[in-house]
Ligand binder design. Structure first.
Ligand code: B12
Length: 218
């Protein structure tokens, strides 16, 4: 039964069925399935399959796009269950998808999870330049800066942002978290980010841990 509900939702996203996806998410919630299971075992799994089909030449950009829209429509329903309100503020985060890159589903999930973890989040959106990150850090003085990249061609620009923050003397004021499909720990080390996060689920805890270490060192 539960398996069937998750499969139906998976198929909805794979087919890019935007009207039906939120209905299926509601159905899964009503059946008592946990938001985590719905998100990871069905919705993110479907997006991973969309990527595999694209790579295999069976899906093209339009199919990816309509699946992404269905995913977003489903996430809108899930959002209140992922974002716990009323938590004491844990800190402030500025986040954006890096220049040249328009993927934002992963970033949007990080926003939800960080808000769920008590952070105030300033979401810069997609395709953000180093200058835009610098201006946002100057203006909002966040504890955490998050960057997302989904393309091997855009990931290296994260290093440009770190360098720009350094140049302005802002680097040491913030914890820098990076993520996205092509990113790994070695890359985070290479560009001198503080940490790579494999999933949005670990972002808030990672930020809190690194903020505490930073405060201890200060
Ligand atoms: C949906 C999608 C699109 C949609 C995006 C819509 C949108 N609003 O985001 C559209 C159709 C626009 C698109 C376009 C393109 N795409 Co695309 N896309 C995808 C797809 C299928 C799913 C991405 C996704 O949403 N995943 C689900 C989310 C939840 O996962 P996630 O993003 O990884 O995020 C999680 C973690 O990584 C982490 N995370 C992510 N960011 C951050 C940041 C921080 C701070 C932290 C802490 C954590 C974190 O947390 C998230 C949740 O746990 C992927 C395939 C894949 N396997 O990822 C290809 C994929 C990323 N795309 C790809 C390509 C090639 C393209 C195009 C170049 C295609 C083209 N020929 O035009 C364009 C590029 C456009 C551009 N300039 O950005 C390739 C990239 C290959 C590469 N090695 O570079 C992929 C891997 C597909 C493939 N297998 O070939 N795409």
């Amino acid at each position: 039964m539960e398996e069937e509900i998750l499969d139906d939702l998976y198929e909805c996203i794979l087919d890019g069925d935007q009207p039906e996806t939120p209905i299926q998410v509601q159905k899964a919630l009503a059946a008592g399935l946990s938001p985590d299971v719905i998100l990871n075992d069905s919705m993110i799994a479907a997006m991973t399959e969309v990527g595999a089909l694209f790579e295999a030449g069976e899906y093209f950009v339009p199919e990816m796009l309509i699946s992404a829209r269905a995913m977003q429509a489903g996430l809108d329903v899930l959002r209140p269950y992922l974002v716990d309100s009323g938590v004491e503020s844990a800190g402030k985060m500025v986040i954006g998808t890096i220049k040249g890159d328009i993927h934002d589903i992963g970033k949007n999930l990080v926003v939800m999870m960080m808000e769920g973890g008590g952070f105030e989040v300033i979401d810069l959106g997609i395709d953000k330049s180093a200058a835009e990150f610098v201006v946002a850090v100057e203006e909002h003085q966040p504890d955490v800066v998050g960057m997302s990249a989904m393309l091997t061609t855009t990931m290296s620009y994260m290093g440009t942002v770190v360098a720009a923050l350094k140049e302005k003397g802002l680097r040491d004021d913030v914890v820098i978290l990076i993520g996205g499909a092509p990113i790994n720990e070695a890359f985070a080390e290479e560009i001198e980010a503080d940490a790579y996060c494999k999933s949005a689920a670990i972002a808030a805890d990672m930020a809190k841990k690194l903020m505490a270490i930073k405060a201890g060192n200060a």
